[in-house]
Design a protein around this ligand. Structure first.
Ligand code: FES
Ligand code: FES
Length: 168
């Protein structure tokens, strides 16, 4: 029997009626036509379906839709609506994406990392991306892109802090 769930999806409130066995991935792709989370292994192995749930990355293929009741889900559509996020800028500029199949998940894993660690080491970034497989670009450029984005975000935060203290 269907159950009603309410959650936030990229800062918008959503109410849905879902079957108890529907996965978050199927809900996003089939019910909400939000196809940025990709379907590949469906076994939690590849990370193509990565989304952020309450600040933590999850494999949407392994999460039941009913369990997102009350949660905040972020997909890649939450980034770059007006201006590109630094992660998107550096993935583009460094050619860290080729076919792009893994890219939404990889960028979301990177975002979750940078949200909790503004100054990651290369090892931190490798660990943060460890659950995201890429079959064509490899990992050197994505790691470089995440480190460059982290630097930009720190610079933006510093400039914002300086601006907010200019007239005190
Ligand atoms: S499709 Fe979910 S981890 Fe591969
Ligand atoms: S860019 Fe093609 S799988 Fe990663």
């Amino acid at each position: 029997m269907k159950q009603e769930i309410r959650f936030r999806l990229n800062s918008q409130d959503v109410t849905m009626s879902v079957e108890p066995n529907l996965t978050l991935l199927d809900m996003l792709r089939e019910e909400l036509q939000m196809t940025s989370a990709k379907r590949s292994c469906e076994q939690g192995e590849c990370g193509a379906c990565t989304v952020i749930m309450d600040g933590i990355t999850v494999n949407a293929c392994l999460v039941l839709a009913i369990s997102v009741d009350g949660a905040h889900i972020e997909t890649i559509e939450s980034l770059g609506a007006t201006t590109l996020h630094p992660l998107q800028v550096h993935f583009k500029d460094l050619a860290a994406s080729q076919c792009g199949f893994c890219t939404p998940g990889m960028i979301l894993s990177a975002k979750a990392l940078l949200d909790r660690n503004t100054d990651p080491t290369e090892e931190d970034v490798k660990e943060g991306l460890a659950g995201n497989m890429c079959r064509c670009t490899g990992y050197v450029k994505p790691v470089q892109a995440v480190l460059a984005a982290a630097k930009d975000l720190r610079e933006q935060a510093k400039q914002g802090w300086e601006r907010s203290h200019e007239f005190r």
